[in-house]
Design a protein around this ligand. Structure first.
Ligand code: 13P
Length: 245
């Protein structure tokens, strides 16, 4: 069984000061919580230093929301793996649909980022998911299998244990319209079988997950946790979600 992971993707939310205040509450809440899940928080780059300082010695892991595949170079506004690792980042989200749609990430550059993250000993969470139009056209399964295969192209079998995948249907993100857990499990079964060797790889669900529905997902055989946006922004609500996962 892959381990359970609950990961917060804060997107463009929270300053450094907000981050410290959030973590003060979250860490106090988690002291009473048995460590049955791995917890990861991905704040904006500008809050990594504050998060890293507050998380030192805690069980909460620090992630970033994306990274470039080169180590350095003429890439204005981009950030590389060594720059993230300097702040204690151990996880990185790759291929989020918002970055695919608005920031030019493609199947090919997600693959480049994944190779680079693994080479730099970061633990990647690779996000895939179909749009509403792809689902309406009956192409949802085909789309996520294709995205998964493209992302994992050339990744050696032994590295698949160091990766997590996330199924995030684009139409479910930030809409309150979460994917039915049985349907998410069916899609995640397709993802798990997209290439050989993913049986022990955690696959997270993302898309309007909250404390009230998280257990409906983690009860399913192919769902090993969540990648949470909106419901990760309040520390007490997020702690409640973690306890129910
Ligand atoms: P919401 O939880 O706000 O739907 O966002 C999900 C997501 O995009 C996490 O990466």
């Amino acid at each position: 069984m892959p381990r359970t992971i609950v990961a917060a993707n804060w997107k463009m939310h929270k300053t450094a000061a907000d981050t410290t205040a959030f973590l003060d509450v979250l860490l106090a809440e988690l002291e009473q919580t048995p460590p049955h899940v791995d917890v990861m928080i991905a704040p904006p780059f500008t809050a990594l230093a504050a998060a890293s300082a507050r998380l030192a010695g805690s069980r909460v892991l620090l992630g970033a929301q994306t990274m470039h595949w080169e180590l350095e170079g003429p890439y204005t506004g981009e950030i590389s793996a060594p720059m993230l690792e300097e702040f204690g980042v151990t996880w990185v989200i790759l291929g989020h649909s918002e970055r695919r749609a608005a920031c030019g990430e493609t199947d090919r550059t997600v693959n480049l980022r994944l190779h680079a993250a693994l080479a730099q000993h970061l633990l990647p969470v690779v996000a895939v998911g179909e749009t509403a139009a792809e689902r309406a056209a009956g192409a949802a399964g085909e789309r996520v299998v294709q995205q998964t295969r493209a992302a994992l192209d050339g990744i050696p079998n032994e590295s698949l244990q160091r990766i997590a995948l996330a199924y995030e249907p684009v139409w479910a993100i930030g809409t309150g319209n979460n994917c039915d857990p049985d349907e998410a499990d069916r899609m995640m079964h397709l993802i798990r079988n997209a290439v050989p060797g993913l049986q022990e790889t955690p696959i997270l669900y993302g898309g309007s997950m909250k404390a009230a529905n998280v257990a409906d997902y983690t009860a399913k055989p192919n769902i090993n946790g969540g990648l949470i946006g909106g419901a990760s922004l309040d520390p007490r609500g997020f702690a409640d979600l973690i306890r129910r996962a």
